[in-house]
Design a protein around this ligand. Structure first.
Ligand SMILES: [Zn+2]
Length: 122
């Protein structure tokens, strides 16, 4: 059985998941990733499913990684890398050129003034 992503990729993904869901065990997550790999999931697919899972408040255990709803591909929400975005930290909300922003989540952007490590400047 050749997997479309490696054990090292899985380890990186587990770290990404556990940063957001620290109560989930490495073993529990790995077991779900292995199942996904055995069904032919690519790294991109499993990463997308992981992101959908950690963004889903109903996902309470690693088993949620395999929920069908987390594997539905949405092609309509293509990332638009031009123009301006609202900063989720600026209050009141302000738009900034995309070049001055960092994406922090699906549809969520913060401006350079609110970038990582700059929270104290708010
Ligand atoms: Zn801002």
């Amino acid at each position: 059985m050749s997997f479309k992503f490696s054990r090292e990729d899985a380890a990186d993904l587990i770290n990404m998941i556990r940063r957001r869901r620290p109560q989930w065990t490495e073993k529990g997550i790995l077991s779900q990733l292995q199942t996904a790999a055995e069904h032919g999931a690519s790294l991109g697919q499993v990463t997308t499913a992981a992101e959908n899972t950690w963004n889903n408040p109903k996902a309470k255990t690693p088993a949620a990684l395999l929920w069908a709803e987390h594997w539905e591909v949405t092609t309509t929400k293509a990332v638009n890398l031009s123009g301006a975005r609202y900063c989720v930290e600026c209050n009141p909300a302000r738009k900034h050129p995309i070049a001055d922003m960092t994406q922090v989540g699906p549809g969520q952007w913060i401006c350079d003034g609110h970038g990582p490590g700059k929270e104290d400047n708010a």
